[in-house]
Design a protein around this ligand. Sequence first.
Ligand code: PLP
Length: 447
Amino acid sequence: MAPIAITPPNDNNTFTDLTQEGIKSALRKNAPSQINAASLTTATTLPPPEPATKAQDVVDAPLAELDASKVQCTYTTAPRSVPAVGSAEMASQKVCTDHMIQAKWTVESGWEAPTLQPYGPISLAPTASCLHYATECFEGMKLYRGHDGKLRLFRPDLNCNRMLMSTNRIALPAFPPKELLKLVIKLCATDGKKWLPKDRPGQFLYIRPTMIASDPALGVERPKEALLFVILCCFGPMGSTSGGIKLLASQDDMCRAWPGGFGYAKVGANYGPSLVAQGEARKMGYHQILWLFGDDCTITEAGASNFFVVWRTKEGKLQLITADLNERIVLDGVTRRSILELARTRLTSSSTSTDLETLEIVERKFNIFEIEEAAREGRLVEAFASGTAWFVAPISQIHFRGKDIEVPMVKGDSGAYADVLKGWLKGIMWGSDGMEGHEWGIVIDEQ
Ligand SMILES: *Cc1c(COP(=O)(O)O)cnc(C)c1O
């Protein structure tokens, strides 16, 4: 599939750009040591990389770089048991696999050799920076056991790039994303075979790379110590959303993210404060909050997922629309990008992959009044949320200021576009439906 550019955010000082250039510039600004540009991940959506720029131009002391080839492995002597499919244990999101990755960083020496070690608690001083100042960021990806028996990751390079962007936003140390990717692959290769048995195709493990500032000092200042870790967690099937997701629009007195803030980064500080609203939504019978922003009720995201609408304009044009990334109040989701790229390749007028009417792909600021009006005039076609955790989740209803906006679902429990997009993504992730060899599906060699 030809690479397709997705509107990059206007980048001035803050690094939100997941392109090769954006990453190089972030590494130059924040690198703990010399970065060899050749070690950067090959981003799949981007123009060809420029010649290497050495970070030593701006960094005096050469500190040790994160280096996956130095990983020291200690295998468990107390293997954990794999929960049964469908068990409460499996769904508890508490059970992790036998091993984890750890890597320590200090401002004096840079990155220590990473370790693959038995899964277990980490020890932190009660004064640790992350416990007080939210110096924490994370990623969320999945390891899929394919219907063809293979283990796959889905575009993991983009998650590793985004992790670097998030660490940048909260003064955590830089690292070459490609090295993080190698560590993720190492862990998946080690635990994949046992925890995703070949006779359980269609299952997945949730991968959680995390970085925290571990400084044992209470001062409010740039972290001098950090810990990177990666764990693999069992997840049951996602909560049943048959009948579609019901969204509660956020109240006027609350927002998730704001211009100049950090909504575009996967930092822990974005999530704790959203739980009050989410709890209220659940109590009222809704699944998630639809986060609006500002007096004009701009649409941003649904829970921790991106949000898409298919509608017909007043002029009769069919459009797939989602919020743009320009104000940095929306997270640049890997699923979002992938949906936009697949839709641009397969659902616009130049393509003929389905029987569906072709549509125009639009990334722009839009608001809930436009959705309300489209619904009133019979122009609202469907809506869905997208993210690694909830995948592609069709939306059936949006509650806004005391009224329900009913969202059509022509296929019963989904709209037609969500259905076809979900099918393509599933095929890539689980190696089926003729999508086995797709370049977004990275096959892991099991140990
Ligand atoms: C993780 C996340 C998403 C989805 O991103 P994916 O890369 O598609 O998983 C969307 N919005 C928020 C706020 C998120 O944290």
